[in-house]
Design a protein. Structure first.
Length: 349
C-alpha cells in the first residue's frame, strides 16, 4: 500500500532530525549502506603504512662483532653513547636453528643468564672500548620515574625501579632496555651530565622526557640550550596501530596530540571488493584488517624535547622501525612477545 503524500513529505525532515542527533553524538551516517564510524576517527587523512616508514640506518660493526648505532654529529670526546641492534651476540633463544648468535641484552625467561651477561659486556666493549665498564640498568614499568645513578647502582643485584636515569659521574654507562618502545638519550655539553629515558606510549603520555630534562635542570644546573638529544630505534608510525583510547590519552595531555596520529589502511582495494571481510566486533585499532589508528612515538618524543627547551637542530632521530626491520632489531609486537631486548646507552668517559 503506498504511503500517503503527507507522510512522504515529512520523511526528509525526520531524517534531518536523526542526522542532527548523530552529529551531536559524534557519529556519522552512511547513505551507501556502509557502517558508520566515529567522526573523530574518520577525520584523519588516510595514508599507506609505506608512506610513514623511516629509513634504516647503517650500523657500525665493532671488532668483537657487535653491530650498534652511533649518534651522528655528536663529536663530544668525553661522551659514550649509542644504540644496540640484535646482531653480534651469543644468545640462541630468538634466532633460527643454525643461525649466528644474537645480542639479547635483557634477562628474559627464554634466554640463558650467562649469555645475556656476555652480551652486555660485548656491548660495553663496543661502545667504550672496555668490557668491564659498569653498566647501570633499571626495572622498567612504563612510568615517568627518574633516578640519579651512581657507580654503586651497577653492582646492585636488583636494579632500581624507574624508566629514566641521569648522572654526572664519570666511568659508568647508563642503559634503558627496549624492544619497540623509544629510547631517548640526552647529554649536557656544558655541565657534562647525561640521561637515558625509556618511552613507551604510557611513559610518553606521562611526559617522561620533559620530566627528565626538568630534573636535569634541578640536579645539574642544565640549560636546555646546552643539551643534545638522540632518539633511537623504536616501532614507527608505519606499524604502531593503537586503539582510540590511546588517541584520547594523547589529546587530553597535548594540544598537538592529534597531529601524532594517522589513519592507515593498506587493504582499501580488498575492502571495496570484499567489505564483509572487514566486519569485526573488535575495538578500533585492534582488528587485523581495515583502517587503524597509528601513533608516531618518535615524533611525540621529539616534540617533548622541543617543549622542554631543546633546540630542534640539537635533536637526532637515529633509528628505523623495529617491527619493519626485524633482522636488525628486536620487536615485541613483531615477534608476538617472544623476543629479546636492545639497549640505548650513554655515559661520561
Amino acid at each position: 500500500m503506498p504511503l500517503p503524500s503527507s507522510l512522504k513529505s515529512s520523511i526528509p525532515k525526520k531524517l534531518e532530525t536523526i542526522d542532527a542527533l548523530f552529529r551531536d553524538a559524534g557519529l556519522r551516517t552512511s547513505r551507501r549502506g556502509k557502517l558508520a564510524r566515529r567522526a573523530g576517527f574518520a577525520r584523519f587523512e588516510p595514508v599507506a603504512s609505506k608512506d610513514l616508514t623511516r629509513s634504516v640506518p647503517e650500523p657500525c660493526r665493532a671488532p668483537n662483532g657487535v653491530e650498534w648505532l652511533p649518534v651522528e654529529g655528536w663529536d663530544l670526546p668525553w661522551l659514550w653513547c649509542g644504540f644496540s641492534t640484535r646482531v653480534g651476540g651469543v644468545s640462541r633463544a630468538y634466532c633460527a636453528d643454525g643461525a649466528r648468535g644474537e645480542l639479547n641484552l635483557g634477562f628474559t625467561p627464554s634466554d640463558e643468564r650467562e649469555a645475556v651477561i656476555r652480551n652486555r659486556r660485548s656491548l660495553a666493549e663496543a661502545v667504550t672500548g672496555s668490557a668491564t665498564t659498569p653498566l647501570v640498568t633499571l626495572r622498567q614499568f612504563h612510568s615517568n620515574l627518574i633516578v640519579r645513578a651512581t657507580a654503586a647502582d651497577a653492582a646492585r643485584l636488583t636494579p632500581r625501579k624507574a624508566d629514566g636515569q641521569m648522572t654526572d659521574e664519570v666511568g659508568i654507562l647508563l642503559a634503558v632496555q627496549t624492544a619497540d618502545c623509544v629510547p631517548v638519550l640526552v647529554a649536557d655539553r656544558r655541565q657534562r651530565a647525561v640521561a637515558a629515558f625509556h618511552a613507551g606510549w604510557r611513559g610518553t603520555v606521562k611526559r617522561i622526557v620533559e620530566c627528565g630534562i626538568g630534573q636535569m635542570r634541578i640536579a645539574f644546573g642544565s640549560r636546555p640550550r646546552d643539551l643534545v638529544a638522540a632518539i633511537g630505534p623504536g616501532i614507527g608510525a608505519c606499524c604502531y596501530a593503537v586503539g582510540e583510547e590511546v588517541l584520547s590519552e594523547f589529546e587530553s595531555q597535548f594540544e598537538y596530540g592529534r597531529v601524532l596520529f594517522r589513519e592507515v589502511d593498506d587493504a582499501e582495494a580488498v575492502r571495496r571488493r570484499y567489505p564483509l571481510l572487514f566486519m569485526t566486533q573488535r575495538a578500533p585499532g585492534h582488528s587485523p584488517m581495515g583502517p587503524r589508528l597509528h601513533v608516531d612515538l618518535i615524533e611525540a618524543n621529539r616534540r617533548q624535547l622541543i617543549a622542554a627547551g631543546v633546540q630542534p637542530g640539537s635533536i637526532q632521530v637515529v633509528g628505523g622501525c623495529t617491527q619493519c626491520s626485524r633482522k636488525l632489531f628486536f620487536s615485541h609486537r613483531g615477534s608476538h612477545g617472544h623476543t629479546g631486548r636492545m639497549m640505548g646507552v650513554i655515559g661520561i668517559r
